[in-house]
Design a binder for this molecule. Structure first.
Ligand code: SAM
Length: 240
């Protein structure tokens, strides 16, 4: 559906008529504004290195061509947040149908330009690159079909807000696919974020391994925040 990933009014012209051609890098003006407060986990120069399949295999992360099967291969707009060295961006261009649009969003401009040169001339979906912040997405509400957060929440000071933003830009029925790498996000940091995901979304698929947590979530058609069993029980008891 919505290939109308229209930007918010004060945002760059991603997907609009003024949008540059494929593989253009759109700068939102957000990069750097909060950079001083960000806690950098992976030096940007290492993103190419950590995108090496052999290294990732050693680290216990799976093969990208298998991993991307978590992402629904549907026409429409797929937003990849934190594309980094492109470990998943290339496989996504092979996985998604050519009628789809892949928006790869990354806060680090250098990674985007590097990726642009490597992915030029490839067939597949329309690829747009956006330099921006996953916690302040420059996209209209309900304009995206799939959001993919692949090992990027770990690096965000406010992953909770990134989940809220993913929920906002997803259309009802759209999917959120999340990969987390346990060593990089402590239980104390991830548990509230996972709890929020379970409140906002329906779980379609979930797999927790020793290193990775993977989720495919569906944004419900109606926005009812699910009550937790504890809260429900408390409410019932109170009424009784
Ligand atoms: C560990 S790397 C993973 C990159 C890629 N997804 C992969 O699996 O190889 C995390 C990426 O998230 C990006 N990132 C971190 N915080 C971000 C934010 N607030 N907005 C957008 N990208 C962010 C980093 O710049 C980095 O490229």
């Amino acid at each position: 559906m919505s290939s109308n990933a229209a930007p918010e009014r004060d945002s760059p012209s991603v997907g609009s008529e003024e949008a540059p051609a494929d593989l253009s890098v759109v700068t939102t003006g957000q990069e750097g504004t909060r950079a001083g407060r960000w806690r950098w986990r992976t030096p940007a120069a290492l993103y190419r290195l950590i995108s090496t399949p052999a290294l990732r295999a050693v680290l216990g992360w799976d093969l990208p061509r298998w991993d991307v099967r978590w992402v629904p291969a549907e026409p429409g707009t797929c937003l990849e947040v934190g594309s980094g060295g492109g470990f998943y961006t290339g496989p996504l261009t092979r996985h998604l149908p050519s009628s789809a649009t892949l928006l790869s969003l990354e806060r680090h401009h250098g990674s985007l330009t590097d990726l642009r040169s490597r992915l030029a001339d490839r067939p597949g979906p329309t690829l747009r690159q956006v330099c921006g912040d996953g916690t302040r997405l420059p996209l209209a509400t309900g304009s995206v079909d799939v959001v993919f957060l692949g090992y990027c929440l770990e690096e965000m000071p406010d992953p909770y807000r990134a989940v809220a933003e993913a929920h906002r830009v997803l259309r009802p029925g759209g999917r959120l696919v999340v990969f987390l790498w346990r060593p990089a996000i402590t239980r104390r940091r991830r548990d509230p974020v996972l709890a929020r995901m379970h409140e906002l979304f329906d779980v379609e698929r979930e797999r927790s391994g020793p290193q990775n947590i993977r989720l495919c979530l569906r944004r419900p058609d109606l926005d009812t925040v699910h009550a937790s069993p504890v809260a429900s029980a408390a409410g019932t008891a109170g009424r009784g």
